[in-house]
Write a protein that binds this ligand. Structure first.
Ligand code: PAF
Length: 281
């Protein structure tokens, strides 16, 4: 695996790794990331990954400074997944001057749910993904369904900017007890780790109730109960909600009768760790 630390090194290494399948990451890699790398590898294209902890997508009070940086271990994992080229720029390389050109994300998609609770998050994500796309110029890019809304924002950006990139989605990988794999799971202490699968269970229960709901009021009640269930277990939920898969808008009455069009999404804090998850149904 070649490692490029600068855009110049990347460009020269891309000479032999053109039209790559690309997996952007912030490092601290787990099986979920590696499953995305395997999807990229299966395209038969050169596999390019990136590791860059992107300051732009963290609010000042968030965990940018403490975000785990595990570069050597990440390199070993990427090598074992067959990665051909790793782009791992420093901050000054990717943001040599203040990044004043930013991607504005679509109203109704980028400013709801995660976008409402983490203002500026999707602008930061979309901006760095656009920059990484400009650097790597991949033919294919792979993103995890775990970050459901991020995937939708990236897809919308690729469509609306006519980027010649096929976006593939990798399914969420889960631990044996149902907890969605995430770099932030490492922040949990033993008791919190044991409690953490309750988020996935709450979303599953909400999906079941929503699938049987015959009115918007029944849906609202189910969402309210899902939040209350987690609260009673000591969580601080930001949202547990049912949305349309197509645009993340709240469902209309007609949507309730249409199978396979809805998704439950949730974000909740356990201690100081904020976890997100989702489930299509
Ligand atoms: O999902 C992530 O790890 C990040 O949001 C991404 C896409 C690498 C952009 O920094």
């Amino acid at each position: 695996m070649q490692i490029a630390r600068t855009v110049r090194e990347l460009r020269s290494a891309l000479g032999t790794n053109r039209a790559a399948a690309f997996v952007p990451t912030m490092g601290n890699l787990h099986e979920g990331h590696l499953s995305l790398a395997r999807i990229a590898k299966a395209t038969g294209r050169p596999l390019v990954a990136s590791i860059f902890v992107n300051r732009l997508q963290f609010a000042p009070h968030e965990d940018f400074d403490s975000y785990p940086r595990t570069f050597e271990a990440d390199c070993d994992k990427l090598r074992s997944a067959g990665c051909d080229l790793l782009f791992a720029p420093g901050e000054r390389e990717l943001y040599p001057v203040e990044q004043t050109c930013r991607i504005t994300t679509p109203p109704g998609l980028g400013d709801v749910l995660e976008g409402a609770f983490r203002p500026g998050f999707f602008e930061g994500v979309a901006t760095v993904v656009m920059k990484l796309f400009g650097c790597v110029q991949p033919a294919v890019a792979v993103f995890g369904t775990k970050d459901y809304q991020q995937l939708m924002v990236v897809r919308r950006m690729v469509e609306q900017f006519n980027l010649p990139i096929e976006v593939l989605a990798g399914p969420t990988l889960r631990e044996a007890d149902g907890l969605a794999m995430s770099s932030r799971n490492g922040y949990l202490d033993a008791a919190q780790r044991a409690e953490a699968p309750a988020l996935a269970r709450a979303l599953q229960a909400l999906a079941q109730r929503a699938a049987g709901a015959r009115s918007l009021q029944a849906l609202a009640d189910a969402e309210h109960e899902a939040m209350a269930t987690l609260q009673a277990r000591g969580w601080k939920p930001d949202y547990l909600t049912v949305r349309r898969r197509a645009d993340l808008a709240p469902p209309q009455a007609a949507d309730l009768a249409t199978p396979d069009t809805l998704v439950t999404l949730g974000a909740a804090r356990l201690g100081t760790t904020r976890l997100i998850d989702n489930l299509e149904f």
